[in-house]
Design a protein around this ligand. Structure first.
Ligand SMILES: Cc1ncc(COP(=O)(O)O)c(C=O)c1O
Length: 379
């Protein structure tokens, strides 16, 4: 597959797959068929809808190694985390651990839940915040060492967002379980990018996006819930089928567009057909070369990275993109003057540049970005 198999603007260098994913034309076409079916006879569409959601859910759950009866479709990780937070009873004085590399919106959701329940968010600081130079062992120590008798819940990433690092999720789930702490894993980037075994991991709640690395249309994600919690899941939007319990109680939200979920197995099937392992190792190797190219040609410092990921990070020069408006201004300049897209986010001391690799990318894309960066960054 190459860029012609996607609807992406071929005049732009797209190195930000990690933010929104990209839908192959064949998958979008399947979704288009579903829209046409709905338009043709909505009554028929709704008569078969629940069975079709269940069938799609079973297929996606199998792809992720998750138990279908413990897996619900959600719009995205924002929703998955919100449902999980809403389902865990919290009382005044309880502590919720959230890592300092957590996705911003997830931190906001945890703080809101804390405000509503009288609980408190405790931020876990990973070592090496300035250079990302921590190992999985360091991360596990930081998280597990932050547990107190009041810790009720821990929210942590499978793959961090801005810093693109892999957390030792098995170790964390096991460690927190031993300490009696409920786990919510923000696995926004894991489906498709990593070979995951959700039921083997055994987290209380694990939620990931299908629209990022599974070639599925947005919005599509899953929330996998451990057996002990399934009957206690509290949907955020309450509609029909509450007596059916999880997962239907979370999925059905009246009349809305369910076609992204129904089309999502076409994305996972496409990935399987191409050879998920081959795609992953090709993308991981390409982004590693891309990181090297940008480091050498622009003189940026590559952050420590994990070889299995399709995303890598470099540190921008000191003082650059330290605030959100500055980061946005730099990203916008790269796009308007040089037609390059990459994730640029503020970070203490210096902003971070996150590169992604997907099948539509080639080595030249990173070279084009490097020359654009040379032109826009201060000398
Ligand atoms: C780690 C992480 N969590 C959560 C999200 C939120 O995803 P969504 O906007 O699809 O809900 C993102 C998005 O990039 C992310 O990187």
């Amino acid at each position: 597959m190459d860029i012609d198999d996607f609807s992406l603007d071929p005049g732009v260098v797209h190195l930000n797959h990690g933010s929104f994913g990209a839908v192959p034309k064949v998958v979008r076409e399947r979704q288009g068929e579903l829209h046409r079916e709905f338009d043709h006879d909505p009554d028929v569409f709704y008569t078969t809808l629940l069975d079709r959601i269940a069938k799609a859910r079973n297929e996606v759950a199998a792809f992720l190694g998750a138990e279908p009866e413990g897996t619900a479709f959600v719009a995205n990780v924002t929703e998955g985390v919100a449902v999980a937070l809403n389902s865990v009873p919290l009382a005044a004085g309880d502590e919720i651990l959230v890592g300092d590399h957590a996705y911003g919106a997830v931190g906001i959701a945890a703080r809101r839940r804390a405000e509503l329940t009288g609980a408190k968010v405790v931020t876990v600081t990973l070592p090496g915040r300035e250079d990302g130079d921590w190992s999985g062992e360091d991360a596990a120590e930081a998280f597990l060492g932050a547990v107190t008798p009041r810790t009720r819940l821990a929210v942590f990433d499978h793959v961090t967002s801005v810093s693109a690092r892999l957390l030792p999720v098995e170790r964390l789930v096991e460690g927190f379980r031993a300490l009696g702490v409920v786990t919510i894993v923000d696995a926004a980037h894991a489906p498709g990018m990593l070979d995951v075994d959700v039921s083997g991991l055994g987290a209380d709640f694990w939620t990931g996006n299908l629209h990022k690395w599974c070639f599925a249309p947005a919005p599509s994600g899953v929330l996998a819930v451990g057996p002990a919690w399934r009957e206690r899941v509290e949907p955020l939007v309450v509609s029909w089928y509450q007596d059916d319990g999880f997962p239907r109680s979370v999925e059905f939200q009246g009349t809305r567009d369910y076609t992204a979920w129904l089309a999502s197995p076409h994305g996972t099937r496409l990935l399987d057909g191409l050879g998920a392992r081959t795609v992953r190792s090709r993308n991981a190797a390409l982004v590693a070369r891309g990181q090297r190219i940008v480091a050498e040609q622009v003189g940026l410092v590559p952050w420590r990275s994990d070889p299995e990921l399709s995303m890598r990070v470099l540190r921008l020069p000191e003082g650059v993109a330290q605030t959100l408006p500055e980061a946005e201004a730099l990203a916008s300049e790269l796009y308007t003057r040089h037609r390059c897209r990459a994730a640029i986010r503020p970070w203490p001391a210096a902003g971070l540049l996150r590169l992604s690799a997907q099948l539509y990318n080639q080595e030249q894309d990173y070279e084009r970005l490097a020359s654009a960066l040379r032109a826009v960054l201060p000398h």
